[in-house]
Design a protein around this ligand. Structure first.
Ligand SMILES: Cc1cc2nc3c(=O)[nH]c(=O)nc-3n(C[C@H](O)[C@H](O)[C@H](O)COP(=O)(O)OP(=O)(O)OC[C@H]3O[C@@H](n4cnc5c(N)ncnc54)[C@H](O)[C@@H]3O)c2cc1C
Length: 389
């Protein structure tokens, strides 16, 4: 179905490269346009849960990613002040054979990039898309200071501040959540368990997990603070601000924070899931169409699932608009449910006063009486394999 169909992808992030690989494997002629001067990611970690790994397994790159990752054993919910364990979500209890990985973003991007190039994908860096025009026969991308390029289909994988989203008329005003997030890594000198720890305090929480054979600790910390409005990761902050926001957290957290030399900060905004994901020959995926708060670790996993489903629909349906519509139908409700679940976690992690006390008691009772109930309540999320459905 896709034999030599000419497809342009805007953005060489996790979504764009996964889509490129999946489409090239189905015979499409794929070119990825990336505005940065090279394909890379900022130096921090990402969790890929079994639903995302199902796609990477089917694409044949799961082992290579796993070789560079830490295989997660559990998600631990902990009390902020003393670090006491409130709930232990055992990953082995999830009814799936796919692993849950903690991986450095640049390692994941480099495996995806290599696999895409091996599959025949062309990747053009220093190509910033500024607009697109479509006719019945083709769609033409316009670049900053470069020649236009025409193709049959354009897939906008250009992230949270997507140019392609505006091109297809999806203007929206994101709402600032009053929260900002810091992201950092610190080297570790001793072995640490392969678990993600979520330390929950009033109005803030902090997540740690190990990367690269446990040689590096990834730290993401979110705090309700209305003084930061930049919705981008390339803005550096003074590590002192992060340390002071978490100064009463458990000693092991403070020890990690004391070693941070450089940190990036990002304002967290809520975006509605787009009502329409395509127009004419242009279609969107990943953060371009359903950005999410990072409280369920699913933004990249959704982009990976989108990429597979879109490639599959394009590969089986000859008419472009029918394929795009089928893709949107298969993805929209699931993504909206995931985004809403992440919003709820934002609230639950930051409880204050008596609500917090009550929630901690419930977690501890749950840990004793039904240790796997919490993780099984997310079966709908983690056990889905879009390559089989
Ligand atoms: C703190 C934090 C922690 C997170 N942790 C997790 C996690 O553990 N697990 C998880 O699944 N998700 C996580 N996420 C979400 C995840 O990072 C994103 O959802 C994911 O990276 C989205 O991928 P994408 O390919 O859609 O967009 P992006 O990764 O944003 O890629 C977009 C690409 O497009 C390029 N681009 C943009 N505009 C243009 C243009 N005009 N022309 C050409 N190129 C362009 C960009 O340079 C970039 O390379 C987290 C997010 C945050 C903020």
């Amino acid at each position: 179905m896709l034999d030599r169909r000419d497809i342009s992808i805007v953005g060489a992030g996790i979504g764009g490269l996964t889509a490129a690989l999946a489409l090239a494997r189905r015979g499409a002629k794929v070119t990825v346009y990336e505005r940065a001067h090279r394909v890379a990611e900022v130096g921090a970690g990402i969790q890929i849960s079994p639903n995302g790994m199902a796609v990477l397994e089917t694409l044949g790159i799961a082992d290579e990613i796993q070789d560079r990752a830490v295989r997660g054993q559990a998600i631990e919910l902990r009390r902020s002040g003393d670090g006491r364990l409130l709930q232990n979500l055992r990953i082995s209890a999830i009814r799936t054979n796919n692993p849950w990985l903690f991986v450095h973003r640049s390692d994941l991007i480099s495996v995806l990039h290599e696999a895409a190039v091996d599959a025949g994908v062309g990747v053009k860096c220093n190509h910033q898309v500024v607009g697109a025009e479509q006719s019945d026969a083709a769609v033409t991308l316009q670049f900053d200071g470069r020649q236009d390029e025409a193709s049959d289909i354009v897939i906008g994988c250009d992230g949270v501040r997507s140019t392609l989203r505006s091109v297809i008329g999806l203007e929206e005003t994101p709402a600032f959540t009053g929260q900002s997030a810091w992201r950092a890594t610190v080297p570790l000198d001793s072995q640490t368990p392969a678990v993600a720890r979520v330390y929950m305090g009033p109005g803030r929480h902090l997540v740690t997990y190990p990367l690269r054979d446990g040689r590096l600790m990834n730290i993401v910390a979110v705090c309700e603070k209305s003084d930061w409005h930049e919705e981008r990761w390339d803005v550096e902050d003074n590590p002192h601000n992060m340390r002071s926001a978490f100064s009463y957290f458990a000693p092991e957290v403070r020890a990690l924070l004391s070693r941070i030399e450089s940190v990036h900060r990002w304002g967290l905004f809520k975006h509605p899931v787009a009502r329409r994901w395509h127009s004419g020959r242009i279609v969107l995926l990943g953060d371009a169409v359903h950005p999410t708060l990072p409280f369920l670790a699913q933004g990249a996993c959704m982009a990976i699932e989108d990429a597979w489903v879109l490639a599959n629909e394009l590969g089986t349906t000859s008419e472009i608009s029918a394929a795009f519509e089928a893709y949107q139908d298969r993805r929209r409700d699931r993504c909206a449910r995931i985004v809403a679940s992440a919003d709820r976690n934002a609230w639950a992690y930051h409880l204050r006063g008596p609500m917090r006390f009550a929630a901690q008691n419930i977690l501890q009772i749950g840990k004793k009486l039904a240790p796997n109930a919490a993780i099984h309540s997310l079966d709908w999320l983690y056990t889905t394999d879009v390559t089989k459905s």
